[in-house]
Design a binder for this molecule. Structure first.
Ligand code: SAH
Length: 463
């Protein structure tokens, strides 16, 4: 099975192609040569990464067609059941319901239901206001993040899921990630591969090894988007990275996303020219004071300048923060979401801090699943159409059930770790990070069956 469904090019306007996926239309940037109307292509992150022959495309589509519509129907039912959170209810039934009452014709919230606390649900008018297309105030967003009533939270998650469904339908994206070096010159207080940690064995993969792993993962397993991640390892000079990227791009059609930390913009420009198209770099926290309390080698201003600079180069941006940092408040978390949104982030990557015993944050406490789900759901309310990653740290802390709940609270994107087994356990940014690495087929099967159980299908929905 392929993790990406081919799209058919319907029209091309300058560099933008309109693609058709079983009737769903999506735009994508033409980034490979000789694309014309009628061609079949794979796109990722809104970028065409590969052209396919018609026979190959037809046979993949034939394999998908029946399943695609079944999955779409399942997603529709799951995101609207019980009843649909923000769809009109029959008159008079709204007051006692856990779900928001009807919206009036002009999209205005019904005044009868606009008072706080109606039906015992304080957040209900806020969700209605969001549904009506009005911008929520910071206080309103904060009250969502501070909410701890189970019934209200269920409503928040359902609302976020219904927005995800309305905008992305059942499209989800599954990316591969390979961690090619755990050498790092930085000393981030939360991170197990920080330079000060003498208790880990360091490794770095060779250039040929990295290229071969990525090319074979793309060829054997069908990944169309791939993250190359490492600590900040100066062994990997611009020249070496250019070689890796251009060799991969020459061999396979794949969206390459770099997660290699801070480099100067000239380096990122050369890596873009070599064929990289995305950058995954978290700002970790949007609070300058929190940032300086957990970093000694990195500066907040530099990270922001870098994020804006790589965006200007043309990269797709994946960014976000850690949740559960000591001293972090709900206001800080809200500022993280708003900041990521202000950067025009293509993929939001918020993840829980998992305390690592060999770091200064060893004694901190991981957040609850609800804290994580609230962050994802509020992000969905704010971004509407962004892609929200359900991170591997969510799976580590909360298991498959946590991942499932995150996908049902607004999340729509996942990654599968393809780091070779002998290295995976050494990329220990948090304890137990590489557990279970090696069984790639098993991981893919598990991920796909989880997605399918929720009616999700992997097709291009942005990064
Ligand atoms: N050098 C790259 C990759 C860093 S590791 C870069 O700077 O972007 C990727 C992410 O792992 C970091 O951005 C951080 O948010 C996360 N991370 C590090 N330690 C962690 C921990 N103990 N728990 C959860 N996530 C952690």
């Amino acid at each position: 099975m392929c993790y990406s469904i081919p799209g058919k090019v319907i029209s091309i306007n300058d560099n933008a192609a309109l693609l058709d996926y079983f009737g769903e239309k999506k735009e994508a940037l033409v980034d490979v040569e000789d694309i014309k109307s009628g061609d079949y292509v794979f796109a990722q992150g809104g970028v065409i990464v590969q052209k396919l022959g018609e026979d190959e495309a037809q046979s993949i589509l034939a394999g998908w067609e029946e399943l695609f519509f079944k999955l779409q129907e399942k997603d529709r039912i799951l995101s609207e059941e019980n009843p649909p959170p923000l769809n009109p209810l029959p008159p008079g039934e709204g007051k006692q319901s856990a779900f928001p009452p009807p919206l009036t014709g002009g999209g205005e919230a019904c005044p009868e239901h606009s008072r706080r606390g109606e039906g015992g649900l304080d957040i209900l008018p806020i969700l209605q206001k969001n549904r009506a297309g009005e911008t929520l105030t910071k206080d309103e967003l904060l009250s969502l993040l501070k909410c701890d009533n189970k019934e209200e939270l269920a409503l928040l998650y359902k609302t976020a899921n219904s927005i995800r469904h309305k905008i992305h339908k059942n499209a989800s994206c599954v990316h591969g990630i390979i961690e090619f070096s755990n050498y790092c010159k930085n000393d981030c207080a939360y991170c197990g591969i920080r330079s000060e940690n003498r208790n880990i064995e360091r490794y770095r993969m060779g250039v040929d090894e990295i290229v071969n792993e990525v090319v074979s993962a793309v060829n054997n397993y069908g990944f169309k988007a791939f993250v190359l991640q490492s600590g900040e390892d100066s062994y990997f000079t611009t020249e070496r990275l250019v070689e890796i990227i251009s060799r991969i791009r020459k061999s396979v059609g794949v969206l390459l996303i770099l997660s290699i930390g801070e480099r100067d913009l000239e380096c990122y420009r050369e890596l873009y020219d070599a064929g990289a198209r995305g950058v995954l770099i978290r700002f970790e926290t949007a609070s300058p004071s929190l940032y300086s309390s957990i970093h000694t080698t990195l500066q907040y201003e530099n990270r922001l300048t870098l994020l804006k600079g790589v965006k200007d180069i043309g990269y797709l941006i994946a960014t976000g923060s850690l949740i559960g940092l000591p001293g972090q408040s709900e206001e800080d978390i809200l500022n993280d979401i708003l900041f990521a949104h202000s950067l025009n982030t293509e993929m939001y990557s918020f993840g829980p801090l998992i305390p690592h015993p060999d770091t200064p944050l060893a004694g901190s406490h991981a957040v609850s699943l609800d804290a994580m789900l609230k962050m994802i759901a509020v992000t969905r309310l704010i971004t509407q159409d962004g892609n929200i990653l359900v991170t591997s740290a969510v799976e580590k802390l909360f298991g498959k059930e946590g991942v499932r709940q995150a996908l049902m609270a607004g999340g729509n994107s996942m990654m599968i770790n393809l780091t070779p087994e002998k290295y995976g356990r050494l990329y220990s940014i948090y304890p137990g990070k590489g557990d279970g690495s090696g069984n790639i087929r098993g991981k893919i099967t598990e991920t796909l069956s989880l997605l399918h159980s929720l009616g999700r299908a992997p097709m291009d929905v942005g990064m």
